[in-house]
Design a protein around this ligand. Structure first.
Ligand SMILES: *Cc1c(COP(=O)(O)O)cnc(C)c1O
Ligand SMILES: [Zn+2]
Length: 434
């Protein structure tokens, strides 16, 4: 559809052309979002078109993001699209996890099945496409995690130069490995995350860099398709709840915006409630929603779920709107709850990275608080692939997992390897023992 950039601040709402290179509002400094200006599409025709595209082998139709391009701000510009056939992620029944959470049924939408193993791909395909549309040859982000893995892959696929800025000595190897493999230039800077962010903002204009940090409104647009695809897979039956982990809060902002747009276009009759789950050691949004008043960032966020280890989430104003308008809820969970929920997801044969398991841990907690009811229709979003953090898994099952302060995490569902002698009788006896 035809679209503009719009300031998210209610008191400003300034509008800018979709091809302006902006990350925040030049008039008030507020967040930007994409606003659609064209006529509203025909909902029945859209559902039919999207379903038909599933039979097509054309690159854009076989992407789980670009299949829904009527929801994206790239009208007449899809020749710039760079796709790795992202999206197309499974919606899985998980009866074992449902029982664990105290629900009759539970489904997981597994974004870890994406090309680089996280939902960042749903957004990055659009971010990289916008870079090409703007004619910029370089993209950059500040991240040690899934964002850098995803940006590196899409930049490589698009023929763009990728530059990743890292806080020195603060590297998570599992994810950084992907960025190196995809050929990104990786710069380690002697500064903390926030200092690097402002450094990169200064350099962006001078070096013709397009910034693909979580504030980028085009990434949010791509991430909207996660719920569009989910609803398409559900034949447009609306869940009671969609629950996801919250770090920078870009994903919940994307989900809320998508749902409001689908509702406005007449594709769904009502809005599901959104549940956001934070780790106890990095829960500024939880505090804000519980206590009201000013938003207070956390200076030393702390959790082993590194993808949600965020103290100053940039998208909190958008997330606050989405929680309000969906009558949603925000929960927080302990490191032990995350670790155990993650093992349960594993026992389903599904598996996920630690941050993703906050979804299940949060669903269980909201269920026990009586906020989610036993018979309600709940979809949990698993945001990242099980192989992103094998070190965490090994330590959990070995009973060696510790929080950064040294507190032991109990291997409640531990499944350590057993050492056996090279003796058939002993092994047979061991395997037959109950
Ligand atoms: C980025 C990420 C999150 C957090 O999403 P936000 O949009 O920052 O709230 C959660 N899980 C995984 C696996 C991620 O990569
Ligand atoms: Zn503004």
């Amino acid at each position: 559809m035809q679209a503009e950039l719009s300031c998210f601040e209610p008191s400003c709402r300034a509008r800018f052309p979709i091809t302006d290179i902006l990350y925040t509002c030049p008039q008030c400094g507020g967040l930007l979002e994409v606003a659609f200006t064209g006529p509203s599409p025909d909902p029945a025709a859209l559902k039919k078109l999207w379903r038909e595209r599933r039979l097509s082998n054309a690159p854009l139709d076989s992407s789980g993001v670009w299949r829904y391009r009527e929801m994206l701000p790239f009208d007449g510009q899809t020749h710039h699209a760079v796709t790795l056939r992202e999206g197309n992620t499974a919606l899985l029944d998980a009866p074992h996890a449902a029982a664990y959470a105290g629900l009759d049924a539970l489904r997981f939408k597994h974004q870890g099945f994406n090309p680089t193993g996280s939902f960042k791909d749903n957004g990055m395909t659009c971010g990289a496409t916008q870079a090409r549309r703007l004619g910029l040859r370089r993209v950059a982000c500040v991240s040690t995690g899934n964002t850098s893995a995803s940006m590196a892959a899409y930049a490589a696929a698009a023929g763009l130069e990728a530059i990743i800025f890292l806080p020195h000595g603060n590297i998570s190897f599992g994810k950084l490995a992907q960025a190196l493999e995809y050929g990104a230039r990786t710069l380690q800077v002697e500064a903390n995350f926030d200092q690097i962010l402002s450094l990169v903002r200064t350099l962006a204009d001078r070096l013709g860099i397009y910034l693909l940090n979580s504030i980028n409104p085009f990434r949010i647009e791509g991430q909207k398709t996660i719920v569009v695809e989910m609803l398409d897979q559900l034949d447009w039956q609306v869940p009671d709840w969609i629950v996801l982990p919250g770090g920078n809060l870009g994903n919940v902002s994307a989900f809320g915006k998508a749902l409001r747009e689908l509702h406005a276009f007449g594709l769904i009759p009502r809005l599901p409630r959104l549940g956001v789950v934070q780790a106890e050691g990095a829960s500024p949004f939880y505090e804000f929603v519980q206590q009201g008043g000013e938003f207070r960032p956390q200076t030393h966020p702390d959790t082993l779920a590194t993808a949600i280890k965020i103290g100053d989430p940039v998208s909190w104003p958008k997330a606050a709107l989405e929680i309000r308008s969906s009558r949603g809820a925000v929960e927080r969970v302990t490191e032990q709850e995350i670790a155990d929920a993650k093992a349960i997801v594993g026992q389903c044969g599904i598996g996920c990275e630690p941050a993703s398991a906050a979804s299940l841990a949060g669903i269980k907690k909201l269920r026990h608080a009586g906020i989610i009811q036993r018979g309600e229709f709940v979809v949990g979003v698993l945001t990242g692939n099980v192989l992103k953090d094998p070190d965490y898994i090994y330590r959990y099952h070995m009973g060696q997992l510790r929080t950064s302060s040294g507190a032991a995490i109990q291997p409640t569902f531990g499944n350590p390897p057993e050492v056996v002698p090279n003796a058939p009788d002993t092994i047979a006896k061991r395997l037959n023992a109950v």
